[in-house]
Design a protein around this ligand. Structure first.
Ligand code: DAK
Length: 256
């Protein structure tokens, strides 16, 4: 059985992490399959939004501890496990929704936070428990938690290894919204379809601009945004979107 199940629902690619015996713990095989699926959809014009999800029990309970345990520094450094797949995921241009139920711990929490919109089930539990294993977050947790929730809460999460429930994660800015567990996929699909109905060039430009907010000084981010905004005036969809508004009709975007 594949460690990532894939399915396409209209314009939405859905990847379901599938290692139930290990609460979807991330290993190289799973992360290779996930990066392959997302890259495939990124270059498929029929797919405009993606969803990554897990099971009701776990989005992912972290990197696979048993697989990692015997590794040496030089192996981790040379092989760059997990890091190399995460770099591929971060290069995806189309938006990715993380639909999270149950445990999202360690690398699972980091993966969910690295995606674009995190929708949490009310059963979701987030945490960076690497400290309890004698290590530290390694897939962005020490950097994205302070950006999302500020220093005090990030230190609390990463230094104590405690879990945060869905309500706390939403208040901390990790989850965009919390929904009842049984509604998780419906809500994620609803959000995905809403995004898929917009102009894809604008959608991808917004994703890139928001991600740049984390990586450059404000003045450079603003300059990037201004130029990206100007560039969208070269698209069919800008002319169509604005004409449709003036003519009081629904825009027919062509994603070009
Ligand atoms: N790895 C491997 N197996 C895991 C696992 C994990 N992270 N989490 C759970 N499992 C396995 C359990 O061993 C158990 O397997 P069996 O014993 O049945 O064979 C099965 O899943 C069910 O788990 P439990 O029996 O423990 O289930 P419970 O409901 O009692 O407890 C739990 C659920 C989530 C509280 C517990 O399983 C737990 O504490 N799991 C570990 C959570 C954790 O510490 N996660 C952080 C892992 S460290 C890197 C970058 C990043 C990372 C690594 C490298 N590089 C750039 C190189 C990331 C590191 C991490 O994420």
């Amino acid at each position: 059985m594949s460690t990532v199940l894939t399915k396409i629902d209209g314009p939405v690619g859905i990847a379901t992490l599938n290692r139930p015996e290990a609460l979807n713990a991330l290993n190289n095989e799973l992360l290779d399959a996930l990066a392959d699926a997302l890259e495939g959809w990124d270059s498929d014009p029929d797919v405009r939004v993606m969803i990554v999800t897990g099971s009701q029990k776990a989005f992912a309970a972290g990197a696979d501890i048993k697989e990692m345990a015997p590794k040496s520094f030089s192996q981790m450094h040379a092989e760059n496990p997990f890091g190399r797949q995460m770099d591929r995921v971060l290069r995806i241009k189309k938006p990715i929704i993380a639909a999270v139920a149950g445990f999202a711990l360690g690398g699972g929490c980091e993966l969910a936070m690295a995606l674009d919109i995190l929708i949490a089930a009310d059963t979701a539990k987030f945490g960076q428990p690497e400290i309890t294993l004698g290590v530290m977050p390694g897939l962005g947790g020490s950097q994205r938690t302070p950006l999302a929730m500020g220093k005090a809460k990030a230190m609390d999460l990463c230094l104590t290894g405690r879990m945060m429930d869905a309500a706390e994660a939403e208040a901390a800015g990790v989850a965009a919204r919390v929904v009842p567990a049984e509604m998780l996929m419906d809500e994620a699909l609803k959000a995905a379809r809403k995004i898929a109905a917009q102009s894809l060039p604008a959608v991808m430009m917004i994703k890139e601009a928001i991600n740049r907010a984390y990586e450059m000084p404000l003045s450079q981010g603003l300059a990037f945004e201004r130029r990206a905004f100007h560039a969208l005036f070269s698209t069919h969809d800008q002319k169509e979107g604005m004409a449709a508004f003036a003519e009081k009709r629904k825009a027919a975007f062509r994603n070009e």
